[in-house]
Design a protein around this ligand. Structure first.
Ligand SMILES: C[S@@+](CC[C@H](N)C(=O)[O-])C[C@H]1O[C@@H](n2cnc3c(N)ncnc32)[C@H](O)[C@@H]1O
Length: 451
């Protein structure tokens, strides 16, 4: 009883604190004027990243009412926005993502922060790449010619060889991230969309890009960003000899099947932004990663990543939430029993082409599996922050926050509050039909409950 009173008090204090932010500025949570990606947040352009300032504020407010937050968990870690904010507060962090590129970027953001050593290693990498005269292309992907001119592919290979010669994994990972961004900017795919979309032949022919110069600019920028992050961590006495002192784990894997590893401490706070729907028709994280991952040694991310993951441009996305649609309408039935909003939505989609309902069903079938794992990873009464986008299927808004809340409640979770924010700028494809639909985000705050 005492416990209940304490958590109820913390909940109402938290709601009060969050509402206070909107008194002076009703659009506070939109972070319109203040969404710059500073220090490590700006190292890589990953799709649909969260606004760091918002995460920081939310983590801070929750820590103010829950004095036992030591470890933050993000089951859809992406480019590690929550990770960076968690370590700046001296917290431990656990994260997971299915996309190897997300895991690589997040691991680099967790350190080490050997700023001087990175600087001197950079000189070596640069010299090796610039003095390499070999002209063969070492890309295992047979279809590379569609996406790269021969000149670009030769230089990307030189960079790849120069990075491979680095003896330390921490160094190679840092440079792989810069190479990933270089590949994105120098390939024949348009950069205005996260989907792979080849430029017209005439544009490819007239374009001049030098991957080594692009890479150099990215490395210099990322070195500055790493230094800024190290300075912040240093100022709060959170790094020793360039290493963050807390525990950070970023796993590569599928959150819906991730086991609670033996002896792993439960997390005290969840902060995450899950995908908006199946990756193929919303944000194609896998497609965005496809070309960069062709030039990176996967073993340097995780030893058991099979190249099947890169067998085609959809291979990662079809393994993500909602990626496999067959059987989904039957399998989602037990999920519907726990969510009135999902049942209603699927009923309304019955008159639409079957594929619409299948997409929604497959996504929620998989999301519900994730919830089971996610809740097991949290300690009792842990707060959860779910940042969810709004999307439409067959011109109907998917009430993502409501379905999510109902499913979490069915597993013992307790609703705390809901914030709404308008998205200041979405870096979606301008011509992509989801761009104008995702203009609002909801921040659903819940608590795990005592089970
Ligand atoms: C909205 S993004 C997260 C962005 C992140 N919050 C950030 O600020 O960078 C969602 C992430 O979920 C990942 N994802 C999709 N299905 C997954 C699954 N089954 N298990 C783990 N991660 C998954 C995607 O690869 C993507 O990185």
């Amino acid at each position: 009883m005492l416990m209940l009173t304490k958590t109820a008090k913390a909940d109402s204090e938290l709601v009060k604190r969050l509402l206070k932010c909107t008194v002076a500025d009703p659009e506070y949570w939109s972070f319109r004027r203040n969404a710059v990606r500073e220090h490590s947040h700006g190292m890589f352009q990953y799709p649909a990243m969260m606004v760091p300032q918002m995460q920081s504020r939310l983590i801070g407010e929750i820590m103010a009412v829950d004095g036992c937050v030591h470890c933050v968990y993000d089951p859809f870690v992406g480019a590690g926005t929550v990770l960076t904010e968690a370590i700046l507060r001296g917290l431990d962090f656990q994260g997971c993502d299915l996309n190897p590129l997300a895991v690589l970027v997040s691991r680099v953001k967790a350190g080490p922060f050997f700023v001087e050593a990175f600087g001197s290693r950079w000189k070596g990498v640069k010299t090796r790449a610039e003095t390499d005269r070999r002209r063969e292309v070492e890309c295992e992907y047979p279809g590379w010619r569609k996406w790269f001119t021969v000149g670009v592919a030769i230089k990307l290979t030189r960079l790849m060889r120069a990075i491979r010669s680095e003896d330390a994994l921490w160094s190679r990972r840092f440079f792989w991230v810069a190479l990933a961004e270089t590949v994105r900017l120098t390939s024949n795919s348009r950069t205005s969309t996260f989907k792979l979309h080849v430029r017209p032949a005439a544009e490819v022919a007239s374009r001049t890009v030098d991957p080594i110069a692009v890479f150099a600019a990215i490395v210099e920028r990322n070195l500055d960003r790493l230094r800024e992050n190290a300075t912040l961590l240093d100022a709060s006495d959170r790094i020793r000899r360039g290493r963050y002192e807390g525990q950070v784990q970023v796993a590569w894997g599928d959150t819906s099947t991730e086991d609670q590893r033996n002896g792993q401490a439960k997390a005290d706070l969840l902060v995450t932004s899950p995908p908006y729907g199946d990756n193929v028709t919303t944000v194609p994280y896998g497609q965005h990663a496809f070309l960069p991952l062709q030039w990176i040694d996967l073993d340097d991310i995780e030893p058991d990543i099979s190249r099947d993951f890169l067998s085609n441009t959809h291979a990662i996305d079809s393994r993500s939430l909602g990626g496999i649609r067959s059987g989904a309408l039957d399998e989602v039935e037990n999920v519907c029993q726990r969510s009135k909003s999902l049942t209603r939505l699927l009923r309304r989609l019955r008159d639409e082409p079957r594929d619409r309902a299948l997409r929604v069903a497959a996504f929620w079938r998989d999301m519900d599996k994730c919830l089971l794992t996610v809740l097991q990873r949290l300690r009792r009464n842990a707060y959860m922050v779910w940042v969810v986008g709004e999307r439409r299927v067959a011109n109907r808004i998917i009430p993502m926050h409501r379905i999510l809340a109902e499913l979490i409640e069915s597993r013992g979770g307790v609703p705390v509050t809901l914030l709404e924010r308008r998205i200041p700028s979405k870096r979606m494809a301008v011509r992509n039909d989801i761009s104008e639909t995702m203009v609002r985000e909801r921040v659903l705050i819940m608590r795990k409950g005592v089970a």
